[in-house]
Design a protein around this ligand. Structure first.
Ligand code: M6R
Length: 616
């Protein structure tokens, strides 16, 4: 969702601001803009609905001379994606510019008040009130002190924000603050930088600071960063976060799109995650902040997540219940937040699964669980993310930057992380001996090789994608652990191809979804060789009897499925059927990508979607 960048230093600001916004494109947006302060003390900017490439074209013919500035990619919440609603927003005098990520919940009342006081609004956004509030403070006791004006303004706000503010009267001063929405800052030899996440900063530094909620940072052209709390008292810098991947990790490197690159990176991601995890006494998972005794006493696990990460949770439930015999409840964070309190005891463990570590609903749910006294364990990809900082323990999946909006490598890496947790729990509970754990671990170690095999079969997905031509809807089916794979396959297809797809546990089909079927209707059935295979084969037959076109995802050598299905996406035999979702899903990722490309869509930046959903 919205991306914020800021720079002050010795270089021309606009070039880096535009590059920074390009790097943040993956977060999802529908308009963009930049504003720089000229050496003579004036603000100059361009903004537009649409892509950063359009913004670049406009910037190339505008006078954007200045070494301090801010930029923004907007994902519309209040007001349509138009030029006027694009950020930065200016105060009435046109001398203060603000970019904002988040939602100002009390903006209507503030806007009314400010209009009565004579302020003129130019947009329909909630964010514009911030520019006028800073203006009010600047006109009063905060004159000459941008940080103070920003503090006074944010004292009036309810909601979430990451802000970057510049003022023409103090060229060179960049002020940033946050509450709930992510924002990192960095000091370098050529100036100081701010951004919504580390991606745009990876090309200029390897250390960033994540601002604490409500702290206000003043960035200066010499690269210095002063941080004060909400009362203006200086505070120490938070520990710096090391960016442990080089900037090229966030580049295409020969691939046509990031989704293709990230799908291909899955074997290496799993290898990295598993490296060093098998110790003398079983699984090494020091990230858990629980002793062996505390772990063995866990009698319930509550998993909280959204979207693709929720589907990881569904797979994790089967693994934890099977291996560790602990009942697992999997909750959509967005729903969980409005349910009655769940019964939490000191033996309940909360697992939050979030690639970005910044999903607003997931963070709210995790805080709620912590508030109830629950130990919270985060499985996440992004170093220093809010989920990581606020949890009792964090397991980083180390998948590297995931740029495509449709999550792929994070899905399988999070799944393997959950498998490790399940094995660790089983060991602590004495349900598996170290030797048995080791055997399962060796099963996990086979996954990268099996994934490479599936990747080499991508022609099957390309071929199957043709069956979706001219179709408007499809059904994904799977049983037991494969139902989660079916959900994930349908989500991938919807996200990037804009074709309707719905998923159901295969046995549920007869209770309603079967009514959708008609000749040629596409059904994707995940039917690997496991204890429920025969039941799913019966469901495939029911589909075929109604004329549906079935694509099977089946284990090598399954001749019956080969005869029944129009196309088969073959997965190699896996020593443990529980691990099949980690390889079967790769076919569904590839299938979705081929269908989307066949329909001519940009698979990395699907319409309406944001990579990191930072508003509830
Ligand atoms: O960063 P998170 O894992 O918390 O994100 C959760 C969902 O927003 C995310 O998985 C979303 O569903 C993806 N676009 C799926 O591809």
């Amino acid at each position: 969702m919205c991306g914020v960048v800021g720079y002050t230093g010795i270089k021309q600001a606009s070039a880096w601001l535009l590059d920074g916004l390009q790097t943040l494109e993956y977060r999802g947006y529908d308009s963009a803009g930049i504003q720089v302060v000229s050496p003579s003390g004036n603000l100059h900017g361009v903004k537009c609905a649409g892509r950063v490439t359009t913004l670049r074209e406009r910037a190339s013919v505008a006078n954007l001379n200045g070494t301090c500035g801010i930029g923004h990619t907007r994902w519309a919440t209040h007001g349509a994606p138009t030029d006027r609603n694009a950020h930065p927003h200016l105060d009435c005098s046109g001398r203060i510019a603000v970019v904002h990520n988040g939602i100002i919940e009390n903006f209507q009342e503030l806007r009314r008040e400010l209009m009565i006081a004579g302020h003129e609004f130019r947009s329909e956004t909630d964010s514009e009130v911030i520019a006028h509030l800073v203006e009010e403070a600047w006109a009063g006791p905060a004159r000459g002190d941008v940080a103070r004006a920003v503090r006074n303004a944010t004292d009036r706000l309810e909601g979430s924000w990451a802000l970057a503010v510049v003022c023409a009267d103090l060229p060179g001063t960049l002020v940033c603050t946050r509450n709930g929405s992510p924002l990192v800052v960095a000091s370098t030899d050529d100036g100081a930088y701010a951004a919504s996440d580390i991606m745009p900063l990876a090309s200029v530094t390897s250390h960033v600071l994540q601002l604490q909620d409500r702290d206000v940072a003043t960035l200066s052209p010499d690269g210095s960063i002063e941080i004060c709390d909400r009362d203006g008292r200086p505070v120490a810098h938070p520990p710096s976060i090391d960016i442990d991947w080089d900037a090229s990790a966030a580049r295409l490197g020969g691939y046509s799109d990031f989704m293709a690159k990230e799908i291909s990176e899955q074997p290496e991601a799993i290898e990295r995650l598993l490296a060093g995890r098998l110790g003398k006494h079983g699984i090494e998972l020091d990230e858990l902040s629980l002793t062996r005794e505390e772990l063995s006493a866990i009698d319930r696990v509550v998993i909280i997540a959204c979207g693709t990460s929720y589907h990881v949770g569904l797979t994790a439930k089967v693994a934890i219940e099977r291996w560790a015999r602990v009942p697992v409840q999997v909750e959509y964070a967005s729903e969980f937040n409005y349910n009655e309190d769940v019964l939490v005891t000191e033996h309940t463990m909360c697992v939050v699964i979030t690639q970005s570590g910044e999903t607003a609903d997931t963070l709210t749910a995790a805080r709620r669980m912590r508030g109830m006294g629950c130990n919270v364990f985060a499985i996440t990809n992004v170093l220093g993310s809010t989920a990581a900082r606020e949890s009792d323990g964090t397991l980083y999946i180390q998948a590297g930057p995931e740029v495509a909006v449709a999550s792929t490598k994070a899905y399988t890496a999070q799944m393997v992380a959950a498998f490790l947790l399940a094995l660790r729990l089983a060991l602590a509970k004495g349900l598996m001996s170290p030797a048995e754990v080791e055997k399962h671990f060796h099963g996990l170690e086979l996954l990268p090789g099996l994934m490479r095999e599936v990747l080499s079969r991508r022609w099957q997905d390309k071929q199957a994608a043709r069956l979706f031509r001219g179709k408007v809807s499809s059904l994904f089916l799977g049983r037991n652990v494969s139902s989660a794979t079916a959900y994930e396959g349908a989500l991938k297809l919807k996200e990037i191809s804009y074709l309707h797809a719905e998923a159901h546990p295969a046995g549920e089909m007869k209770h309603g979804p079967i009514a959708l079927l008609e000749p040629g209707f596409p059904v994707v059935a995940v039917v690997p060789a496991d204890h429920v295979r025969d039941k799913t084969v019966s469901n495939i037959m029911e589909c075929i009897a109604r004329g549906a076109t079935v694509v099977g995802v089946a284990t090598d050598g399954d001749e019956q499925v080969a005869k029944l299905c129009q196309e088969v996406l073959w997965v190699p035999a896996c020593p443990d059927p529980l691990l099949v979702p980690a390889i079967a899903v790769i076919h569904l990722q590839l299938l979705a990508r081929y269908v989307a490309r066949d329909r001519g869509f940009d698979v990395d930046k699907p319409r309406n979607l944001a990579k990191s959903v930072t508003v509830e």
